[in-house]
Design a protein around this ligand. Structure first.
Ligand code: DP6
Length: 326
């Protein structure tokens, strides 16, 4: 039986992909920078099957969480497989099974890890069936993954990925093995998908100048991180997600992902920062959850935040463990 099983991680953008150039297969209006979340993964199993139709099913495994994909979600996923088949010149049909290693009811189910995992699984399978000279080139795979879902193109590189136009590339930044907290504020399905948000933000008067603002922050953030200026990095990352959320709130029609819970978490983060003059990089995606990234040497502070937010919210916390070097 022809079968492959592959996983890919999610990622959190510190400079956001928000706004795309219509009709270009998810080419962004500005560059973005992300940190790869190795603990949040999607697994995809691809099996060659008889017949002329590809199929999707949840991957059932004791250690993984079952995914529920809407009919629309399944169609989008299988369309991506179809595009990949076309690129490799593959005619066979496949069963795609997928699952996450994180709970699907926590509003984290990002398309990034799923589309990256499907791209990698297809590449592995198709290179066996019909090898292509570019078939193992990660830049090519990143570009293909982007066409399925933009943010997924960054999930092929770790720990940092920079995506400027066609594909993402690894970025060398001194901070690695960051500790990660997600304060799960809202776990219901969001009303506006990120794909819809990309379209709506272009109606905001604040979208004028947005690509320039993001590009400037990207440059400043890379410099701050490379110079170990964590204070500066934190300020840039904060301004960036607030800028994105203001775009949502000034779109026509306006929409918002911020809940009273998100605002409370953000206020507490501000309070802690003022008190200790140090803390995590804080960011939010197109959702109500709040992500925090701590330097590896901030383990104590990571534990303090985790215990603090656990009192009122569901918290996912992942330690950035450094491998033992022998
Ligand atoms: C807010 O990659 O989900 O998470 O390309 O339409 O699939 P599509 O959009 P998607 O957008 C992610 C937006 C974001 C910011 C980011 O990850 O950079």
């Amino acid at each position: 039986m022809n079968q492959v099983l592959v996983s890919a991680p999610s990622n959190i953008a510190l400079i956001k992909y928000m706004g795309k150039i219509e009709g270009t297969g998810n080419k962004p209006t500005n560059g973005s920078l992300s940190y790869t979340l190795e603990n949040l993964k999607t697994f995809v199993r691809l099996t060659e099957i008889a017949g002329s139709e590809d199929q999707w099913k949840p991957l059932v495994r004791d250690d993984l969480e079952k995914i529920e994909l809407s009919e629309k979600g399944q169609q989008r996923f299988l369309k991506h497989l179809q595009n990949l088949k076309q690129k490799w010149g593959i005619n066979q049909s496949f069963l795609v099974e997928s699952a996450n290693n994180f709970p699907s009811d926590c509003g984290l189910a990002s398309s990034a890890s799923s589309f990256a995992a499907l791209t990698l699984a297809a590449a592995e399978m198709f290179q066996k069936l019909h090898p292509q000279p570019w078939g193992a080139d990660k830049k090519v795979l990143s570009e293909l993954s982007r066409q399925g879902s933009g943010s997924s193109c960054r999930s092929l590189f770790s720990p940092w990925a920079l995506w400027q136009a066609e594909y993402a590339e690894p970025m060398s930044i001194p901070q690695t093995h960051l500790h990660h907290i997600v304060v799960v504020v809202e776990d219901s399905k969001k009303e506006v998908s990120s794909s819809e948000a990309h379209k709506l933000v272009t109606t905001s008067p604040r979208f004028t100048g947005r690509p320039e603002r993001a590009e400037l922050r990207l440059k400043d953030l890379v410099q701050a991180l490379c110079w170990n200026d964590w204070h500066m990095a934190r300020q840039i990352v904060w301004d960036e997600f607030m800028d994105m959320h203001r775009l949502f709130e000034t779109s026509v029609p306006a929409f918002s992902y911020m809940t009273s819970g998100s605002k409370k978490v953000l206020e507490d983060c501000q309070g802690f920062w003022s008190k200790w003059q140090d803390g995590p990089l804080v960011t939010m995606d197109a959702g109500a959850n709040v992500h925090m990234l701590f330097r590896n040497d901030q383990k104590k502070s990571f534990e303090t935040y985790r215990e603090h937010f656990k009192k009122d919210f569901k918290v996912l916390a992942f330690e950035g463990v450094k491998d033992n070097v022998h």
